[in-house]
Design a binder for this molecule. Structure first.
Ligand code: GDP
Length: 524
């Protein structure tokens, strides 16, 4: 392997920012893009807030609602690193895609609003990252506002998320009294000066120097020293292994809007996270230096351009080098495909990619060839990367075609869209009613829109109270009694699933049948 190839393998950082709406993800993303020369930017984030439609709002429904349904990728170059930020949609456009995106990244940055603490959506996304065992770094934002006590926030991270925390930086005051942060690794204080650039001063955590008192109010220094001692003695020890396997989160404090603490956070991020690692497949681990190209499809986006009805399959590169025009194999069908038209799918100026390396994400034109979870490989080998997990839906609707004469189109649309992973589909055992399951309301809306636009079918939805789905073993079905509140249905592959009306019904069921194993996530 040449030095250049080695460098390509070690210089990639591919991550997602996870947060609850309004915590500051957009603001932080913009500040990160400012850090580096942006190679390619999707321009999603800003425009939607200013009322103008972002160029990445490909689908008509996005235009109508002024939101971005798709996750896109922003790539920039900073301190000798190729950084890929994979955007996860927030707000009401939360969907299964959001979860799946997290299977394509190597680490995550969790942004927490320091005035609020852990919020619902952060928790959901955190769980997926945790399941994958990837590094999770925490940025506690909005220190320029009066927020919650830092110790209390750390405690909440540990208790609610069940992960150890290690504050790498420590805040000095907050809100109007905010004076800066202390970096425990660098032993430096970054002094907050409002709109002016930060000043960095040395501080060993104990000995008060003249320089220190020049920048930091002497009245707060004793309590800073006490707090630093306390977190040293009572806090967790730092462990890079625990960071790498996602059981300890390094925590940073700052203010994205003031661009304070962002650069030092990101410098640490680059040091604490790893480049892309090997990935499990049906042939064992595929090492990162495996000589041939391989990747997997984690998302399929249909009809980005309504005039062309094209689809784009988003592929995470896992090994080797992608080159435009190369021929790959799709092990699921055995088919060989020439990847002529590929693109770094970026909004208005979708650029064509000539080459890509592990950690990169490319978009491939797709006319129905790919399915979510597909592996594609160069060099003639045959293996499949581990199946992407299905995420348990929390919202359910019965669905049928308004016009019964349209049932052929209805069936075709259902099959195709469900295969694409737009929503989950269940059937009731006797009548074969269709039940759709989603993790976000938007999935139903997009589904309804696409059934009409692409298959000419108007849908009629009946809402359902149910809020959770659990897979059970086929053998267990005959031992249990089900009713409308604990409803037995089948997933697309004929596996039995129970839909529970609420947590109470679920608990009653588990009490009654302690030996029946219920699983939230059905792995492939
Ligand atoms: P997102 O929904 O997570 O992408 O959040 P945004 O980045 O859009 O931020 C939500 C709101 O919080 C906006 O009004 C931002 O201006 C504001 N905001 C973001 N970061 C900070 C910060 O560090 N301090 C303060 N005071 N406000 C912030």
């Amino acid at each position: 392997m040449t030095n250049e190839q080695k460098h390509e393998l070690t210089s990639r950082r591919t991550f997602a920012i996870i947060s609850h709406p309004d915590a500051g993800k957009t603001t932080l993303t913009e500040k990160l893009l400012l850090l580096g020369g942006t190679i390619r930017s999707a321009g999603t984030v800003k425009a939607k807030k200013s009322g103008k439609y972002a160029t990445s709002d490909w689908m008509e429904i996005e235009k109508q609602r002024g939101i971005s349904v798709t996750s896109s990728v922003m790539q920039f170059f900073y301190r000798d690193h190729h950084v890929n930020i994979v955007d996860t949609p927030g707000h009401q456009d939360f969907s299964e895609d959001t979860y799946r995106t997290l299977t394509a990244v190597d680490s995550a940055v969790m942004v927490i609003d320091g005035t609020k603490g852990i919020e619902a959506q952060t928790l959901k996304l955190f769980k997926v990252c945790r399941m994958r065992g990837i590094p999770i770094l925490t940025f506690i934002n909005k220190l320029d506002r009066e927020g919650r006590e830092p110790l209390e926030l750390l405690q909440e991270i540990e208790e609610v998320l069940g992960i150890e925390s290690y504050p790498v930086t420590w805040p000095i005051g907050m809100g109007k009294r905010f004076q800066g942060t202390y970096d425990r690794f660098e032993k430096k204080i970054e002094v907050y000066r409002g709109n002016e650039e930060s000043v960095f001063i040395d501080f060993d955590g104990e000995n008060v120097t003249e320089e220190l008192t020049k920048y930091i109010d002497p009245a707060v220094i004793p309590s800073l020293i006490d707090e630093l001692m306390l977190i040293d003695e009572a806090g967790n020890d730092f462990s890079i292994e625990k960071v790498k396997n996602g059981t300890l989160t390094p925590v940073f404090f700052g203010s994205a809007i003031a661009n304070f603490g962002v650069q030092s956070f990101f410098n640490s991020f680059l040091n604490l996270t790893s480049p892309p690692q090997s990935r499990m497949s049906s042939n064992g681990e595929i090492p990162i230096d495996y000589p041939h190209f391989s990747g997997f499809v984690f998302k399929i986006q249909a009809n980005m351009n309504p005039a062309h009805r094209d689809r784009i399959a988003f592929v995470r590169v896992c090994s080797g080098k992608f080159e435009r025009g190369m021929t790959v194999t799709l092990p699921r069908t055995g088919r060989k495909i020439k990847l002529g038209q590929s693109q770094q799918f970026l909004a208005s100026d979708r650029e064509t990619v000539e080459e890509a390396y592990p950690g990169d994400i490319i978009g491939l034109y797709d006319s129905g060839t790919y399915q979510i979870g597909d592996t594609i490989i160069g060099g003639g080998a045959m293996f499949q990367f581990e199946a992407l997990p299905k995420f348990p839906p929390e919202l359910f609707r019965k669905v049928r075609a308004k016009n019964a004469m349209k049932h052929k189109h209805f069936d075709k649309g259902m099959t195709q869209l469900v295969q694409e992973g737009a929503v989950q589909l269940y059937r009731t055992p006797f009548f074969g009613d269709y039940i759709l399951g989603a993790v976000g309301e938007l999935q139903f809306q997009v589904f309804e829109y696409r059934m009409k636009a692409e298959y000419g079918v108007d849908l009629e939805f009946t809402s359902m109270q149910h809020n959770s789905a659990r897979w059970i073993a086929k053998d267990d079905v005959k031992h249990i009694k089900t009713d409308s509140r604990a409803m037995l249905v089948e997933d697309l592959d004929g596996n039995p699933v129970l839909l529970f009306e609420n947590d109470f019904v679920l608990r009653t069921f588990t009490d009654k049948y302690p030996d029946v194993k219920l699983s939230t996530i059905f792995e492939g």
